[in-house]
Design a protein. Structure first.
Length: 479
């Protein structure tokens, strides 16, 4: 070993945790995990913060645990640390995170000879971290790996810096000092699209149901108002999806595909996601000022219910699927409210049964892929593996109930005001049954994605039947 290499090995390397060793911030994550346990903790957070960030972190850590094995580690940097340890270099974890979190990460990786962390009185960040390391190893007696503005003071106290996924301030420091650097993967447009769940916007086209069935959709004012309603629902839905994904981080990281979501993987930071969520809600509120007051009330109800669903209702047996069916129906009501059309009992009744069936498909698919034992609930839900048969029976029954409502509507006096020959629409009944029951068969075969609404919108057979149904409506209108 040459002299220069020997000198490097003899210099301990202090490693930051949040943003450096992992591509997330445990304070932000733990705040949302605390709120997930009990939303009322929201009122205690500012009280704790008034006593300093050290107390805030300690109080949260007493109530929240993390699974260090599923955190989004920066694998290239971890590999570098492993190589340094093999060479005999001392590695220490020095972090502003609370003690339980820091020790859990250190125990999982098995790389560090010591762990220094925030305690009840001292938030171990920036100058305080630099002072501690200088006291332990002497000025310039250590190297330091960090990532952001708060680490600049530690970089300046260290012999050398290792800059990992730097923010703007750390980037300027690295370029000025030619320090060792590890970059994160660039965030692509696809990542932002995944964050917004753009594919889920297909559900919001349900706002067109009322004006289409009332034969007013091609009136300019109606079309513009309905389009604004579509945009408002899409923006508000994306805002809530962001919050939901942040709340679900621990569960998503244990899922084979959801662990690749932007927040679970650490590709997008929680503060950035919250900013986007707020901007989306502001844009939604702006659109609501252009539409009737009842539409704004529908959006507020939608936001309240989706938030309640994210915080608690999604974990309640049957309440969750009823809530999902209700949210689909709210989109239909939103289209009615935006265009000031009369409420159709038949449309709401059909929608509730049809979408209840699809919501039950989602739970059925989760149960089909569940790996828990009988008697245990699947993660984040109120269902157990032995519930799968009754879930399937309820879902198929709801599909037939939707078809029954449609058949009764076709025979009702209400339809004669819109169609001269309503018998032409009768083939819609078996078409609806085909679409819905086929989804159940595919789910039973494990050949269907867990989002049946998106499946219908992208499946060519379903699209063909939907197009055929539209043609029947047109024929019944003109003959």
């Amino acid at each position: 070993m040459n002299v220069r290499l020997q000198n490097i090995v003899n210099i301990p390397l202090a490693v930051d945790l949040d943003g450096t060793l992992i591509s997330t911030d445990l304070l932000w994550e733990s705040v949302f995990q605390l709120l997930r346990v009990n939303p009322l903790y929201f009122f205690l957070l500012p009280i704790w913060l008034l006593s300093g960030k050290a107390r805030l972190k300690s109080e949260i850590a007493r109530r929240v645990t993390i699974d260090a094995s599923h955190l989004p580690y920066r694998e290239d940097f971890v590999s570098y640390l492993r190589a340094e340890r093999v060479r005999g270099r001392e590695l220490v974890l020095v972090t502003a995170a609370a003690e339980p979190f820091a020790k859990a990460v250190a125990a999982h990786l098995g790389l560090f000879s010591a762990v220094y962390h925030t305690d009840d009185k001292t938030n171990l960040a920036s100058e305080k971290k630099a002072a501690l390391l200088s006291k332990l190893y002497g000025p310039q007696g250590f190297d330091y790996a960090g990532n952001d503005r708060a680490d600049i003071a530690v970089f300046e106290a260290a012999r050398d810096a290792v800059v990992v996924a730097p923010d703007a301030a750390a980037d300027r420091y690295q370029k000025a000092h030619s320090s060792t650097r590890f970059d994160s993967k660039p965030t692509t447009i696809k990542t932002y699209i995944k964050m917004l769940r753009v594919h889920q916007w297909l559900k919001n086209f349900l706002v067109f149901a009322s004006p289409v069935l009332a034969h007013t959709v091609f009136q300019l004012e109606t079309f513009v108002d309905t389009t604004l309603a579509l945009v408002a629902f899409s923006m508000s839905a994306s805002a809530i999806y962001i919050i939901n994904d942040i709340l679900d981080l621990p569960l998503d990281r244990q899922h084979p595909t959801k662990r690749n979501r932007p927040f679970a993987s650490g590709a997008i930071s929680i503060p950035y996601g919250l900013l986007i969520s707020v901007l989306l809600l502001v844009a939604t509120a702006s659109i609501c000022t252009l539409l009737p007051l009842q539409f704004a009330a529908t959006i507020v109800l939608y936001l309240v219910v989706t938030t309640a669903y994210s915080l608690a209702l999604k974990r309640m047996l049957l309440i969750d699927v009823i809530c999902l069916a209700g949210l689909y129906s709210l989109r239909i009501l939103g289209g009615k409210a935006a265009t000031d059309l009369p409420l159709s009992f038949w449309l709401i009744a059909f929608g509730l049964f049809f979408f209840l069936s699809l919501a039950l498909v989602k739970r059925y698919v989760e149960l089909r892929y569940a790996t828990v034992d009988e008697g245990d609930r699947i993660a984040g839900r109120g269902y157990r593996p032995e519930d799968i048969d009754i879930v399937a029976q309820s879902g198929v029954a709801s599909a037939f109930a939707a078809a029954m409502v449609l058949s009764l509507y076709i025979q009702s006096p209400d339809i004669r005001a819109l169609y001269h020959q309503p018998w032409v629409i009768w083939p819609l009944v078996p078409m609806v049954l085909y679409i819905n029951v086929r989804i159940w068969i595919l789910a039973h075969r494990k050949e269907m994605d867990d989002d049946p609404v998106v499946f219908i919108a992208t499946d060519w057979r379903s699209q063909l039947f939907i197009a055929a149904g539209a043609v029947l409506f047109i024929i019944a209108s003109v003959i």
